[in-house]
Design a binder for this molecule. Structure first.
Ligand code: ATP
Ligand code: MG
Length: 357
């Protein structure tokens, strides 16, 4: 989408400029104004949706699309690993660009003239496929940049430049756990939802797991990517991180249920039976990290190995409450062992069960 500007001080910045240079489509547009953007927008009759007065940003509606306009800003990190604090708005564009994560994301393009402003060599780094931070404290200020780097590396085939790589390793050997784990979680979700097996290989091999825990995660026994594709999992990040200690992240109820379910399957004498009570992602975790053969057998055949007899029919046969659950488990177990059993076979299991009561 093309914006209009008469001031010469409005710039496209960040991902959209990088993507244009790479000739890739961009999902969102980031725009910044070298000055006060709220004054800029007010003077031009834009439809304002929301303004954030303290950091001088504004959401406007253009051609039916919501676009964030920011004022250039300078930031500091009073507490490393936590949100930065804006110390100046309307600062020179260069200061706004050098507060960013990598040089490839620190390029601006004038909305009025199309001229590129690239004070840190981002265009060259895009050409040579290099991820380079702006200063030696970049990962200390914001360790989530390590995961952002992994994400860009996977998406575009870029590599950390040797000095940035050293800074990354240095940080990973001295992680400061007093950090914003909610920001880290967001970046982990974005990165692992790309669905690359290589993401987890590198996360483990390059020690990025240390951002969460000192315990080395277990490697998957099969390709997670192929599992995700076969079972059409739309948000698979938890499958990639299922063997990593996530206790530092705040998980939603559903996420905790998926992870805790794995413990239940692991403790069960009959894991396949436990699978019938678990969420699909829990069964997938067990399949990936513990038992691909049995897990895949269950997942691919679970429709076929569902008991024919229903709870209602068992009620009619005179069974009550817990007995129904118990006999269903016996039938299910028998069906796992021999998927060819039919309704008559199931009825004889019920009969044997009743005879023993
Ligand atoms: P994507 O295509 O994934 O949206 P992006 O580069 O646009 O990539 P965003 O998360 O949308 O990434 O952020 C927009 C811009 O904000 C980035 O290009 C970068 O300049 C800056 N930015 C985002 N996160 C950080 C961070 N943790 N530290 C410094 N700058 C950041
Ligand atoms: Mg973006």
């Amino acid at each position: 989408m093309e914006l209009k500007d008469d001031s010469g001080k409005l710039f496209y910045v960040g991902g959209c400029v990088r993507d244009e240079i790479l000739d890739l489509p961009s999902v969102d547009i980031d725009v910044c104004y070298e000055g006060d953007v709220i004054d800029y927008v007010l003077a031009r009759n834009y439809t304002i949706i929301k303004a954030q007065k303290d950091i001088r940003t504004v959401k406007v509606l253009i051609d039916g699309r919501e676009i964030d306009f920011a004022s250039t800003r300078k930031e500091i990190y009073p507490k490393p690993g936590h949100l930065p604090v804006t110390i100046k708005t309307g600062c020179p564009l260069k200061d706004d660009l050098t507060r960013r994560d990598f040089t490839i994301n620190s390029i601006a393009k004038s909305v009025k003239t199309g001229q590129i402003f690239d004070p840190t060599g981002g265009c060259k780094d895009i050409k040579t496929k290099i991820l380079r931070v702006h200063h030696d404290k970049s990962f200390i200020d914001d360790p989530t940049r390590i995961i952002r780097g992994l994400k860009f590396s996977l998406r575009f085939g870029f590599k950390f430049d040797p000095h940035t790589e050293d800074l990354k390793n240095e940080y990973l050997n001295n992680v400061n756990y007093d950090m914003s784990f909610s920001r880290l979680k967001k970046e982990l979700i974005d990165c692992f939802n790309l669905n690359f097996d290589e993401a987890l290989e590198r996360f483990i091999n390059e020690g990025m797991y240390k951002l969460l825990t000192s315990t080395l995660p277990q490697k998957p026994l099969i390709s997670i990517k192929s599992i995700v594709n076969e079972f059409k999992i739309s948000s698979p990040w938890l499958l990639y991180l299922g063997s990593t200690d996530l206790s530092r992240l705040s998980l939603t109820k559903t996420e905790s249920k998926i992870i805790n379910g794995l413990k239940k399957i692991r403790q069960s004498k009959n894991p396949l039976l436990e699978c019938t009570k678990s969420e699909v992602q829990t069964v997938l975790l067990w399949t990936i990290y513990d038992n691909p053969e049995q897990g895949l057998y269950y997942l691919r055949n679970r429709e076929k190995i569902k008991p024919f007899i229903t709870g209602k029919e068992l009620l009619h046969l005179g069974l009550k409450g817990k007995q129904i659950g118990k006999v269903m488990e016996l039938i299910q177990e028998a069906r796992f062992k021999n998927p060819k059993l039919n309704l008559d076979d199931e009825l004889s299991i019920v009969k044997t069960f009743q005879d023993r009561l």
